[in-house]
Each structure stands twice: as C-alpha cells, then as structure tokens.
Design a protein. Structure first.
Length: 308
C-alpha cells in the first residue's frame, strides 16, 4: 500500500490509528502564546461592564490553557442574550482578535440593550499550534453535539447552557485560509483514509447561515456593511462558494446543527458564521479584524432595528 501522496503521515486508504494520531501530535509546533496574546488582553477588559469568567481548562495542560468568557456584568434577565464565539478553530486568527477588538471598542455600548457574552478563544491549544484540530485530531467545529468528543466544544456548550435568559443572536467568527488546502484538508483525508480531492479557497469574506433557519435579510444586511471594510467572496463558475450554492452575494447555508457546528449550539433566532480570507493580497490583518467587528456590530444594529 503506498504512502499518502498529499500528507506525510499514514498510508493511503487506511484511517489513522492511535500511532498516527500521536505522530501528528508530536509534529505539532507551538508557534505563539495564548497567555500573552489572548489572556493578557482579556484580563485587562474585566471592568465595571464585563466580568471575566474562567469556565474551564483543557486537561492537556490546565495552567497553559484556561478557558475564559467575558460576560455583561449588569446582567438583566429581561434583555436578550447575544453570544459571540471565536477561536473554535484556533488557527483562524481574526476570529480570536476580532472578538477581543469588539470587546475593546463597541461591546460596552451595545450592553445597554443586550446581555453580551463573548468566548474569544474556545480552542487555545489550536491557537498556539496554529491547528484546526485539538491535540487528539478532533475538529472542535464538528463536535458541538451531545457527548462531544471535543473538550473545547463540550466546555463551551456547558457554559452557554447555564446562561440566564434566551440567546437571541449567536455569531461565530471564523476564517478560511490557504492552509485549509495546503495542510488541513489533506490531513483530514489522511486521517480518515480517504482520497484527497483539491478544492479552491474563496478570495474574500462570506457568511455561512443555517439552512434550517436562514434569516435571509439578516445575512444580507451584514454583507452590505462588511463590503465597505473588505471585499466579498465571489461565487465560482458553478454559482458556488467553497462547494455550496451561493444563495445571495457572499452567503451560503449549512445544516449547522446536523453538522455539529458551533453556530448550532443554541436555539438562537439569529445565527451566522463569518468567514474572512486573511491570505488575500487585497486584505490586511487589520482589515480582517475590522470585518469581524463590523459583522458583529451590524448584526446587533439589525436586532435593534427589528425588535420582536
């Protein structure tokens, strides 16, 4: 049996055993500091407006990977709850830093009308190792399910389910990067013993809505404002973005609950997943962070204008 043509671990056609998974883990390299880059910043945000809550820690190294949420201090059960999540895939940098930038800039203003809770980095080991998976080759963003195989997903779900009040909005911040094709999708095919089929990375921002709860006007409103900050991903010659039908400019839909995606972990009336493209020659890191913040702000402005 030949070795994998597109990935250096495993044998073509054979799913990984514990041995290959351990080989993958040993090859993972710590490339940045979660404590320095993320924890230090969010600790400084704890104030009269937001409480910093340590809701869990990753068992692989609890001291290095505490898990934090920032929550409106003056919580009012009569206000709707807004949930912002970032860093489900730790390598998707603007998801983490966009969430933090929102807290640093406009979150306080919106907390007058909403109970706001932000989980800025759900997968800190992935953040440090610039990895899509957790240390056990599990994708947290396919693991928001009962009896989750991902500590990252399970801990986030446990925290969110105990929040007082009804979640009205959940916006989950992500990126689609060139490394999805150069590293992560080849690794997935190798792990599962499947053939790797190359795909294309969309050049620009797009949204993933819930196919069972589309909120079409809501998605379109976000796109209209974000396009003033960064360019929107065009559909390909099949009318698709990343293999799914583009039902409007920059908008596709997935069955988020069925797929175990983070955006499906609540029964929020409004949900969306942002996808920023940080490798574009037309966008900077600041553009990506700003796009995440603008997406959150536009979602909140939409709710204020369309109160139930």
């Amino acid at each position: 049996m030949p070795e994998n043509a597109f990935y250096p671990i495993g044998t073509a056609g054979i799913a990984w055993s514990k041995e290959e998974k351990q080989q993958w883990l040993k090859a993972a390299t710590k490339s940045r500091s979660y404590l320095d880059d993320v924890v230090t910043k969010i600790q400084s945000l704890s104030s009269e407006h937001f409480d910093l809550i340590r809701y869990a820690a990753l068992s692989i190294d609890p001291n290095s990977y505490p898990l934090f949420a920032l929550k409106s201090q003056h919580w009012n059960k009569n206000k709707p709850v807004v949930l912002v999540t970032g860093g489900v895939h730790g390598y998707e940098t603007s998801g983490v830093h966009g969430a933090i930038q929102f807290l640093q800039t406009s979150a306080e203003r919106y907390s007058q009308d909403f109970n706001i809770v932000v989980l800025p980095c759900i997968s800190p080991w992935g953040y440090e190792h610039i990895a899509r998976w957790n240390p056990y080759t599990v994708d947290p963003n396919r693991s928001f399910v009962s009896n989750s195989p991902s500590q990252e997903a399970a801990n986030a779900m446990d925290f969110v389910k105990d929040l007082e009040g009804e979640v009205l909005l959940h916006i989950d911040l992500h990126e689609t990067t060139d490394t999805d094709e150069s590293e992560f999708r080849p690794a997935l095919s190798a792990r599962d013993g499947e053939q790797y089929i190359a795909g294309a990375i969309p050049d620009g921002f797009y949204l993933v809505g819930d196919s069972d709860n589309k909120c079409v006007d809501f998605q379109n409103a976000i796109i209209e404002v974000v396009k003033q900050v960064t360019h929107i991903a065009p559909m390909d010659d099949k009318g698709e973005i990343i293999g799914s039908k583009a039902e409007a400019e920059g908008v596709i839909y997935y069955a988020v609950k069925q797929l175990g995606l983070c955006a499906g972990m609540t029964n929020a009336k409004y949900t969306t997943t942002t996808e920023v493209y940080p490798d574009s020659e037309h966008a900077t890191a600041d553009d990506c962070n700003n796009a995440q913040v603008v997406a959150i702000e536009t979602a909140l402005d939409y709710l204020l204008k369309n109160k139930p």
